[in-house]
Design a protein around this ligand. Sequence first.
Ligand code: MLT
Length: 300
Amino acid sequence: MKILANDGLAQNAIDHFLNEGIEVDTNHYDKEELMKVGGDYNVIVVRSNTKIDREVAEALKGTNTSLVIRAGVGLDNIDINACKEVGIDVDYTPHSSKNAVTELVLGQMINLSRFLSLADRTTKEGQWNKKLYNGHEIAGKTLGVIGFGRIGQSLGEKALALGLKVIYYDLYKVENDYAEYFELDDLLKNADYISIHLPSLDKPLIGKRELDLMKETSILINYARGNAIDEEALIEALKNRKICGAAIDVFPNEPKVNEKYFELDNVALTPHIGASTYEAQNNIGNEIISIVDNYFGDKK
Ligand code: MLT
């Protein structure tokens, strides 16, 4: 049996599969190559870099590949219908990355409120901007969580310990004893920090209208999917200081990043690293081991 981990795989899972006599290939194949060689593998594991679109799925039709696993919480880079049509099953690992994502969100809240990356850069450039970097505390402020699932709730729980009031918006009200449900517009008007934790959307949830509702002191954070925000509207709002700042980890056309961001000092960018911790990737490795064990049983 052969597994292709096209965007890499944690060592615990590699070791486990090798011990079971399963071949693991951690080379990265681009789309053309994947369409040629992918069918040699029984399982293909991907993160966000590899897209299993209809063309790729059709190239895998009738080959050895019977299972595609998305190492992550979202399935937006996999055409599930196309996979189904060609007889390939799809699974994912929704349980593993909540601490990795939410710790980074909290880090960016503090970063932007206290100018950490800016102060680091300018101090290394020889400047001493003590007066310029008078920041804000996050304790006592309101965090608005958009999407109150596993990751949103994990963020809410951690934020409480830092003295934030937590409010949330979701399609469904979620039973809990600390965070009040707000309609989206009300959340946008009331929150000091707004963090998005939604699956991929067909059209942006946050555009000019929504940005106009937000406080001028507010900070918007997106560690979910790039298409949740209208990027041009956000860039305008940041440029005109309509909102105070933003932290963005995900982009509509990854790995391309809109260069207009580079001129702004009130946005903190990261290259889709929300789930990139050793712990999260190890846990994802364990989830993948269980998926493969359950799927193939003794047939491995
Ligand atoms: C996720 O869906 O969990 C992440 O986007 C995974 C990744 O970092 O590729």
